[in-house]
Design a protein around this ligand. Structure first.
Ligand SMILES: [Zn+2]
Length: 257
């Protein structure tokens, strides 16, 4: 079996709209910390010098949103109410959704904005594949090459409502993208709204999830490493964060050869 990593790292050294804080307690600091805690809480004297290299264990403490790096959005992210019932949190979603046959659609030629249903249908015709219910459809926009820069948040292609409903009509429940969002960039949507006064141009892909239950994988990467547009399995189990609207995922493609 071959495994292709489709994930963007969580990396505090890279630019993010909400800065990631990553504090590292080194193994030596861990030894001193443990010694101090033992004395304070249990009155026990422990000399860290007895440990090999005077080191105990490291600890990473992170402050970040659940939408940092590759992650899966749950229905509760899209709004507090949905027409189909109570929107579920990420820890409530069925695991069966997250390891499924994958198909990658190339929408890298569309520029900043949102593609429509007929454009996805055309790409499916081009590659000669008919998605089956619960397949994981992933969109290659090419935006992951901008990851870690401010342009990553302003320059990419999303889906409009027709494109999302088209995929949901095929029985798809997990839609992935290598861009920051499944919707067009924030600035692009606001500009279109101000020009038209039409509120339906605002977050149509996310808000489609208030009508029909589905998950998104955002901030995938490396989709051009996939040697075929289908015939592989996507695995993207989200971290089980109780009551959260999203969970980080190590998304990978599994290939037989
Ligand atoms: Zn998200």
């Amino acid at each position: 079996m071959r495994v292709i990593d489709l994930s963007t790292p969580i990396d505090a050294s890279k630019w993010e709209p909400e800065a990631v804080v990553h504090e590292i307690t080194t193994p030596a600091e861990g030894a001193r910390h443990m010694s101090a805690e033992m004395l304070e809480h249990f009155g026990v004297h422990f000399d860290p010098a007895v440990l090999p290299d005077q080191e105990l264990l490291s600890i990473d403490t992170l402050t970040l949103t659940s939408h940092t790096g590759t992650h899966v959005d749950a229905p509760s992210h899209y709004g507090s109410r949905a027409s189909y019932g109570e929107p579920r949190h990420i820890d409530q979603m069925p695991l069966e959704w997250f390891q499924r046959p994958g198909v990658v659609l190339d929408i890298s030629g569309f520029g900043v904005g949102a593609v429509r249903a007929e454009q996805l249908a055309k790409e499916l015709d081009r590659i000669g594949y008919r998605p089956q219910p619960l397949d994981i459809v992933i969109l290659r926009t090419g935006a992951d090459r901008l990851a870690g820069t401010p342009e990553y948040f302003t320059s990419f292609t999303g889906l409009d409502a027709s494109a999302v409903h088209y995929l949901l009509d095929l029985g798809i429940r997990v839609i992935g993208t290598d861009a920051f969002s499944l919707d067009a960039p924030f600035g692009h949507m606001i500009k279109r709204f101000q020009e038209s006064g039409d509120a339906s141009v605002l977050w149509p892909a996310h808000f489609a999830g208030r009508e029909r239950e589905y998950c998104q994988i955002e901030r995938l990467a490396n989709l051009d490493a996939l040697p075929v547009p289908f015939g592989f399995t996507v695995s993207c189990f989200p971290v089980r964060i109780a009551g959260a609207g999203a969970g980080w995922a190590r998304a990978v493609a599994l290939l037989d050869a």
